[in-house]
Design a protein around this ligand. Structure first.
Ligand code: PLP
Length: 457
């Protein structure tokens, strides 16, 4: 087997700025040891997120020029609509400025007090929009998905038995929909199997509940199904995607992920009456139904991106480049969530720094050190992001302390990834020198974005 190469050549480049370690020590200190507060110009390799960070293709940039900016009935809308219909088969396509805007609309209409929304794992904005409506968001991830050290093919699967028990307990009339997130972002970008989607659909049918798919990374998920699930080896990723969506009554998607664009999203539905309600709300909050908070050129770029993302040379390179980084780390003994998911590597900071307790934020410590050592920006997903406090002020940590290194699509080459692995391994080899941190400032909500820290002696 030969090296899997980037299935593109580079026509336009963007310089990255080098800094010295001495400069970075000062920069991270000034930022209160919070990488969210560093200027992006001071970052060498930015793995903060894969959202909205994709490199667009020449065809997408051509679409930007060809975008039809008509207020109503734009040609670009019809191209956007056709691209989404081809993949999802759903009837009503509603553009939004990003994923959470689609969520806000659908949950404003279907949510409210006394309602319950089950999912394999709700993404934070999904959960926030459900809770903002007054409803409750519940996660039913399969047991295996909760164990970072266990290798399994479909760690994003939903626990179907627990789902059914929950429906019976809460009453199907109080459950507006069942959701599945593909891939399971909050659970490490782990894929969901077709079998699991079919099984969840059976439960939905039994209780007459609609199934909604949070489709941000549907193509990556479909590619994992092709690689790992029996019976799909010879199906195309487009066919697999079409089968996935054939079970859906609705879809929300952030185009900032698998549509390979920097902004955009949509809501897709089969129910005409619900679509009418959503469009009416869209007009109040986003814009007219043929642009929904986007420019015509954005709609063109999304339509083109959706055609490109199901290309299997692209997906092979995409999934392999994440797996390749994972392999290098595992071979050097660095603890990560295994196997790697589709869009990111998650370092297990608890095993990386066993002597730093959750109260001293081991994930934050590793994140800061990766920046100081190599100018790499990752993101803590642990007690800083999800820690809760009891009445006495004692931390209740989440189950895992992670550092997420999200890989932007089509942005970095193999040598960038080699460099990233070298930096991580160096930090790992010097891990005894790493210290814990304490928080010196925090906001009452979503503190990880703005918190300030201080290293402990
Ligand atoms: C990014 C994301 C969203 C929200 O989309 P935005 O475009 O960031 O608003 C929802 N669900 C999942 C699974 C995501 O990854």
């Amino acid at each position: 087997m030969k090296t899997i190469i980037e299935p593109f050549r580079i026509k336009s480049v963007e310089p990255i700025r080098f800094t010295t370690k001495v400069e970075r020590i000062e920069i991270i200190k000034t930022a209160g040891y919070n990488p969210f507060l560093i200027h992006a110009d001071d970052v060498l390799i930015d793995l903060l997120t894969d959202s909205g960070t994709s490199a667009m293709s020449a065809q997408q940039w051509a679409g930007i020029m060809q975008g039809d900016e008509s207020y109503a009935g734009s040609r670009s809308f019809f191209r956007f609509e056709a691209a989404i219909k081809k993949i999802t088969g759903l009837k009503y396509i509603i553009p939004t400025h990003q994923g959470r805007a689609a969520e806000k609309i659908i949950f404003s209409i279907t949510g409210g007090e006394g309602k319950f929304f089950p999912n394999n794992t709700h993404f934070d904005t999904t959960r926030a929009n459900i809770e903002f409506s007054g409803a409750e968001a519940h996660d039913f991830l399969n047991e295996i998905g909760k164990h970072p050290e266990i290798r399994a093919d479909f760690k994003g699967d939903m626990d179907v038995e627990k789902l059914e028990k929950f429906i019976i307990e809460k009453g199907k009339e109080n459950i507006p929909m069942v959701m599945i997130t593909i891939t399971n972002n909050s659970g490490g970008g782990q894929p969901v199997s077709m079998k699991n989607i079919r099984d969840v659909k059976e439960v939905c049918k039994k209780y007459n509940l609609p199934l909604f798919i949070d489709a941000c990374r549907f193509a990556e998920n479909a590619y994992f199904i092709k690689m790992r699930e029996k019976g799909f080896e010879n199906k195309s990723v487009l066919e697999i995607s079409q089968e996935i969506f054939s079970y859906a009554d609705g879809v929300t998607m952030s185009a900032k992920k698998d549509a390979l664009v920097n902004i955009g999203g949509f809501l897709a539905l089969n129910d005409e009456e619900l679509a009418m309600k959503c469009r009416n709300l869209l007009i109040v909050t986003e814009g007219f139904p043929t642009y929904g908070g986007l420019a015509g050129r954005d709609l063109e770029a999304v339509a083109q991106g959706l055609e490109e993302v199901v290309d299997e040379h692209y997906l092979q390179y995409r999934i392999r480049s994440v797996e390749y980084l994972g392999e290098k780390l595992v071979n050097a003994g660095v603890p990560i969530i295994e196997p790697p998911g589709g869009h990111a590597i998650y370092i297990d900071a608890k095993r990386f720094l066993p002597d730093v307790p959750p109260e001293q934020f081991p994930g934050q410590s590793v994140t800061c050190e990766l920046y100081i050592e190599g100018g790499i920006r990752g993101c803590e997903i642990g007690s800083v992001m999800f820690g809760k406090y009891d009445a006495a002020g004692k931390l209740t940590p989440p189950p895992m302390e992670l550092v997420r290194l999200a890989i932007p699509r089509r942005v970095y080459t193999q040598s960038h990834i080699d460099f990233v692995s070298e930096v991580i391994i160096e930090v790992y080899n010097n891990r005894k020198k790493l210290k814990g941190y304490e928080i010196t400032y925090q906001a009452p909500m979503l503190r990880h974005f703005t918190a300030q820290f201080k290293p402990l002696d």
